[in-house]
Design a protein around this ligand. Structure first.
Ligand SMILES: NC(=O)c1ccc[n+]([C@@H]2O[C@H](COP(=O)([O-])OP(=O)(O)OC[C@H]3O[C@@H](n4cnc5c(N)ncnc54)[C@H](O)[C@@H]3O)[C@@H](O)[C@H]2O)c1
Length: 252
C-alpha cells in the first residue's frame, strides 16, 4: 500500500537515535522532506547524512524540545524553505533511571519538560500554520507507562500520562481544522535508551523476551510504521487514538 506521503514535509524530534531516527528514515524513504531535530545536534546531522546518502531530502536541527525559542526558529526555517509543515512527529525524550524515593525535583522537571512540555511546545508552535492551511498530522510518542503498569519511574509515567490526555484534548480541538492528532504507545523497545544500563546487561534481553506475551522483543521499526501510517492521509478518519505497540505488555 502506498502511503502517498511523497512531497510532504515533516519535523521529527529525537531523530538522532532510536525510534526517532527510524521514523525519520522511514518517512524520508517514503518521499517526505524531513527536518531531523534533536538536542544532540551532531547526532541529528549524522542521521541526515544517512538519509541524504540514501537519496532522501533531509535537514538537521539542534533542538531542545523544551525551548520555545528554538521551536519557533525551527518552524520558521521549515516554512521559509518549504512553505508548509505537513507532519510533526514528537518523539524526543530522556530515559528514566530513578524511583519514587530518589527522584529529586530536578529529575522530575527533566522528565516532565523533556517529554510533556516538549510535546506541548511542538504542537503549539506548528498549529497556527497548520490551521491556516487547514492541513496537518501530529503524531506524539506516548508509552505503555502512561497506564501505570510499570512501577517506580514516577516522572516518566506522569509525563506520558499527561501526553496521553493532552493528545486527546488537542485532537478534539484540531479535528475541525483538518488536523489529525494521535499518539503511539510502545511497550519495551530495543533502543539505545533501553540498552543503556538495562538490556545490555547479561541475560536482560532473554529475561525481557520471557516476560513478553508475544514471543519476540519490540524493535524501533515496529513503532515507526505506525507513525508513518498516522502521518498519512490513509489515517484521515483517525482522530485522538492511542496505538498500542506493546506485543501484549499493555492489554486493557
Ligand atoms: N525504548 C522504549 O522502550 C520506549 C518505550 C516507550 C516510549 N519511549 C519513548 O520514546 C522516545 C524515543 O525513545 P528511544 O527509546 O528511541 O530513545 P533514544 O535514547 O534512542 O532516543 C531519544 C532521543 O531523544 C533525544 N532527546 C532527549 N531529550 C531531548 C530534548 N529535551 N530535546 C530534544 N531531544 C531530546 C535524545 O538526544 C535522543 O536522540 C522517548 O520519548 C522515550 O521516552 C521509549
Amino acid at each position: 500500500m502506498d502511503l502517498q506521503l511523497g512531497g510532504k514535509t515533516a519535523i521529527v524530534t529525537g531523530a538522532a537515535s532510536g525510534m526517532g531516527k527510524v521514523i525519520a528514515t522511514l518517512l524520508a524513504g517514503e518521499g517526505v522532506e524531513v527536518w531531523a531535530a534533536d538536542i544532540n545536534g551532531e547526532g541529528a546531522k549524522a542521521t541526515v547524512a544517512d538519509l541524504v546518502a540514501a537519496g532522501g531530502k533531509a535537514h538537521a536541527a539542534t533542538l531542545d524540545v523544551a525551548n520555545r525559542t528554538q521551536w519557533q526558529a525551527l518552524a520558521q526555517s521549515v516554512l521559509d524553505a518549504a512553505g508548509k509543515i505537513d507532519i510533526l512527529c514528537n518523539v524526543a525524550g530522556p530515559g528514566a533511571k530513578t524511583g519514587h524515593l530518589d527522584t529529586d525535583d530536578a529529575e522530575w522537571e527533566r522528565q516532565v519538560s523533556g517529554h510533556m512540555t516538549g510535546v506541548f511546545m511542538g504542537c503549539t508552535t506548528v498549529l497556527p500554520s497548520m490551521i491556516e492551511r487547514k492541513y496537518g498530522k501530529i503524531v506524539n510518542m506516548c508509552s505503555f507507562t502512561a497506564h501505570g503498569i510499570v512501577s517506580n519511574i514516577p516522572g516518566y509515567c506522569a509525563a506520558f500520562g499527561g501526553i496521553l490526555a493532552y493528545t486527546k484534548d488537542l485532537a478534539r480541538f484540531a479535528a475541525p481544522h483538518n488536523i489529525n492528532v494521535n499518539c503511539v504507545s510502545p511497550g519495551n523497545i530495543v533502543t539505545p535508551m533501553t540498552r543503556d544500563g538495562w538490556l545490555d546487561k547479561p541475560g536482560a534481553m532473554e529475561a525481557l523476551k520471557k516476560s513478553m506475551p508475544i514471543d519476540r522483543i519490540g524493535l524501533p521499526e515496529d513503532v515507526a510504521y505506525w507513525f508513518a501510517v498516522l502521518a498519512s492521509d490513509r489515517a484521515k478518519h483517525v482522530v485522538g487514538i492511542e496505538i498500542n505497540v506493546s506485543g501484549g505488555q499493555l492489554i486493557s
